[in-house]
Design a protein around this ligand. Structure first.
Ligand SMILES: Nc1ncnc2c1ncn2[C@@H]1O[C@H](COP(=O)(O)OP(=O)(O)OP(=O)(O)O)[C@@H](O)[C@H]1O
Ligand SMILES: O=C(O)[C@@H](O)C(=O)CO
Length: 418
């Protein structure tokens, strides 16, 4: 193992793993910190935690445990992956986790860069943009758990850290890896512990990867992962594997589950419906009334034969708000997650072998229900979303972050694997 990655949520882990595989690293994702040795035939291992919004001390504990397991497995370089929209609160968890990892590695400096240009996340003059909007003007302003109301990453990260946060801005990034490394040395000598680094495109991320070549720890969104394998290759550590993304054909039938209400997912569901494809809607109110909606959805889907179907709870924000006001946000979410996870288990029992799941929490519930412990990462469907294979089983999963993917994502994903 060359690289050990600690990811602060589930679909985010799959995202970073996909970037590494694209660049030729054989990558395995593990769910939580496992026991026992790491997988043998992997250049990179990604530990998927659920540490984005839990109390900071717990996020630190889990991340340190992941670090120790990755170190024991032979990793010497580490990557703390957070969201490309820098999802966090004033208490953390990005700052506390990054500082704890630095301390544990005996290191005094690292970088922070959530940029993912392919998905419209760029950093300029220390400010994070989502498409053409500042982070603080984007939908992230209203996120229920981690509202992002300040786009200035130096200020946001500084509020979460003991050490000093500085900026490595676009002018120095544009001068290439050597100039950027010299700038890091100067910042470090002046007492900075973090450099927020501007990156407006993939070329900037390649410069950043080159400048970070000797750092034990980097902290970033998934964009930087695309550029790291070339650095490991130049250092003689990695021989990129053109077959890194190859997964076996599994046969069987296919299905789509959607528990995400994010705007990209809503478009994807609307696109599926507009094409007249079979779809079954799960209503949170029916679940709350005690109806066995999962059994109904399973009976309905069995009647559709081999045609891939969609079972979805995806709804517009006002509908979700109304249901949440009646049932409570937590309770409504749990009912929906449990239902979709039971549908997943029923499908797999009946021979579904290729399953697309939309939504991070929803993916977590499905993966838990299916007792998945390891995923081998396969080909990319859209930036940030790969097909994966459940280790040792003829079962392929595509776990989609709410806001990723083109409108035709579901059908495109199903057409990609056999
Ligand atoms: N119709 C609905 N009414 C109430 N809650 C719903 C409804 N549909 C889905 N939910 C809940 O909303 C939550 C959606 O979270 P999830 O993480 O799955 O999607 P997301 O936030 O779009 O994805 P990501 O975290 O990858 O951005 C889940 O808990 C789900 O059960
Ligand atoms: O970085 C991203 O945007 C995603 O991988 C993610 O973390 C979604 O929760």
């Amino acid at each position: 193992m060359i690289l050990g990655v600690i990811a602060d949520d589930f679909t985010g882990a799959t995202d970073v793993a996909s970037m590494l595989v694209r660049a030729g690293m054989r990558t395995v994702q593990v769910i939580g910190v496992p026991e026992g040795p790491p997988p043998e035939d992997a250049d990179a291992v990604v530990v998927a935690l659920k540490s984005r919004t839990c109390p900071a001390p717990q996020a630190v504990r889990d991340s340190l445990q992941a670090l120790r397991w990755l170190q024991a497995g032979g990793a010497r370089r580490f990557y703390f992956k957070y969201c490309s929209t820098f999802d966090s609160t004033a208490q953390g968890n990005i700052g506390p986790v990054a500082e704890a990892l630095l301390d544990a590695l005996g290191s005094d400096f690292t970088i922070a860069c959530p940029a993912f240009p392919e998905n419209g996340r760029t950093v300029f003059r220390g400010h994070l943009f989502v498409g053409d909007q500042l982070l603080s003007d984007s939908g992230m302003r209203e996120h229920p758990l981690t509202p992002m109301t300040d786009a200035n990453l130096v200020r946001v990260l500084q509020a979460q850290c003991r050490g000093r946060v500085a900026l490595a801005g676009h002018p120095v990034v544009a001068r290439g890896p050597q100039a950027l490394r010299a700038h890091f040395d100067a910042l470090r000598a002046a007492g900075a512990r973090f450099a927020v680094v501007d990156a407006i495109d993939d070329a900037a991320l390649r410069t950043l990867a080159g400048a970070c070549a000797e750092l034990p720890l980097v902290t970033a969104g998934s964009g930087l992962a695309l550029a790291l394998p070339a650095v490991y290759e130049a250092q003689g550590l990695l021989r990129p594997d053109a077959q890194a993304a190859r997964l076996p054909a599994v046969g069987g039938s296919a299905g789509v589950l959607s528990g995400s209400c994010s705007s990209a997912t809503r478009e994807q569901v609307a696109h599926w419906l507009a094409q007249g494809r079979p779809a079954y809607r799960v209503q949170a109110r029916a679940l709350a009334a005690g109806e066995d909606v999962a059994a109904q959805a399973l009976d309905w889907s069995a009647a559709q034969g081999e045609t891939p179907v969609l079972v979805y709870a995806t709804a517009a924000p006002e509908e979700v708000r109304a249901v949440q006001a009646e049932l409570g946000a937590q309770a409504a979410g749990q009912l929906v997650e449990d239902c979709l996870a039971r549908v997943a288990a029923g499908w797999v029992q009946r021979g579904v072998r290729r399953l697309v799941v939309a939504g991070g929490e929803t993916s977590g519930a499905v993966v838990q229900q299916l007792s998945v412990q390891r995923l081998r990462i396969g080909p990319m469907i859209d930036p940030g979303v790969p097909w994966t294979q459940v280790a040792g089983r003829p079962l392929l999963l595509a776990l989609k972050s709410g806001n990723f993917g083109t409108p035709d994502f579901f059908a495109k994903a199903l057409a990609q694997v056999q």
